[in-house]
Design a protein around this ligand. Sequence first.
Ligand SMILES: Nc1ncnc2c1ncn2[C@@H]1O[C@H](COP(=O)(O)OP(=O)(O)OP(=O)(O)O)[C@@H](O)[C@H]1O
Ligand SMILES: [Mg+2]
Length: 540
Amino acid sequence: MKQSDRSETVRRYAFAVALVTAAALLRWLMGYLFGSAGPFVTFYPAVIITILAVGYGPALLALVLSGLTAAFFFMAPVASLRVEAPGDIATLAMFCLSGVLLIVIALRLKTVTAVKALRESEQALRRAHDELELRIQERTEELRTAYEKLMHETKQREQAEAQLRQAQKMEALGTLSGGIAHDFNNILAAIIGFTELVAEHTPKGSRDEHHLGRVMEASLRGRDLVRQMLTFSRSTSEEKKPLLLSSVVSETVTMLRATTPTTIRINVNIQSESGLIFADPTQIQQILLNLCTNATHAMRDKGGILDVELSDFSVPPSGGNGMTPGLYMKLVIRDTGAGIPPEIMEKIFDPFFTTKKIGEGTGLGLSVVHGIVKRSGGYITVESEPEKGTTFTVYFPKVAGEKEAIARAQDAIPTGSEHILFVDDEEAIVEMGEEILAELGYEVTSRTSSTEAFALLKENPSRFDLVITDQTMPDMTGVELAKEILTLRPGIPVILCTGFSHLVDAEGATAAGIRAFAMKPLTKREIAKTIRKVLDETAM
Ligand SMILES: Nc1ncnc2c1ncn2[C@@H]1O[C@H](COP(=O)(O)OP(=O)(O)OP(=O)(O)O)[C@@H](O)[C@H]1O
Ligand SMILES: [Mg+2]
């Protein structure tokens, strides 16, 4: 036993002795003050207090001491334990018995209290444990968020690096292809121009005419390619202005409908009519055409659905996916086609990357789209699942001070109600022309053959107020048609649509009654302005 334990035991027993002594003194004082009192009064409390305060052993000692003290000092006859005082012996025995009982009860009480205390501390322990668990959970959550943030930042950084590399690569290729495309454009212009001249003097239906047709076809394909390359290399002049994206989308889709096979359904969902962006309309049309052409190409075997959606989008100040906070127009082009295999996903925006057969595609489509989107301050994303389809999403930043800009943009489209004859040998263009002109309020009659158009005019020369005609057509070119019309009805204004305005001799054209040129592809706003200008000049 240790020294401290021993002195503790001595102290407990000393406490019992002291308490019994105090009880004896109190008993004596009571006897002195009140004459008589029960022999054990004051001793019971002493025993109880002892058991509660210092435990079982000292309490037994207190009990024995109390019995002896009472017997010797307060129960006189018992001092010699005489037989004549059996009552006193019984009292003593009762005292001892009830004392033991008291000890048992007290012990029991103590156990109950101890169990209760144990239970309480158990509960406290459990509470502490729960709290600790919660803390751990919170901390783990914090760590996880921090880790995710770190991973996200690392990924963003990697993406930014990849974008930078891509931009540098594009820059170099842009310079290179821009230079080639410029020279090539001039060569093509000469080929197309002279082919047209030769074709005019070649007997219709001859082999030579057929061959020239082929030359023309190939040259026009080349022209499209050069146009893509020029856009890609930013060598074409950009004419950025506030643009009502929804109208460009509807116009382009109208044109697409006419050229898309019927196995492909086109769904258009324009949720935001009023969004203005700052861009060149021809370039936006180019984006739509390139993305939709890719989509229809991916669905050409099995057919499918092409969704074109336009809606508002906003990036909160806290940012999102690396996009600059602000308001955007979100353009979604979704197809249910073959999808893009994950292994080529990285490369699809690369210039000249294509999976098409030689002669079918140049691989410039998406790189042109990418270039235009970047220059407009927008973003493009792609998601694709092989055999399920592909979704391209383009975000264009909206023009600030939107209301004022909308008013300006809408004011800029002049309308009218005159009767227009529209001539183009391409069915799709005729359909688009009809729709655009009708939207502008004009009455439209159209023909896909220049000879038919001429015949129509001959029937009733004063029926039309204006003729819009394509230049390159079989049988009779636009300029030839204009000349013929002029003989029928001098003064009627003619607008000539062409891809190459400088190829038509301007003086000759004026002599042929041509008042203005419209560059293909036609955009609603431009054609609307040209028409109004020509009609108003004629009226004066
Ligand atoms: N919607 C799509 N579905 C499946 N694959 C696509 C889709 N869009 C693009 N691709 C893939 O990306 C490649 C590159 O597309 P991009 O438009 O740049 O060139 P291209 O279509 O091959 O040629 P071009 O546009 O000059 O005719 C395509 O060859 C095709 O493999
Ligand atoms: Mg393409």
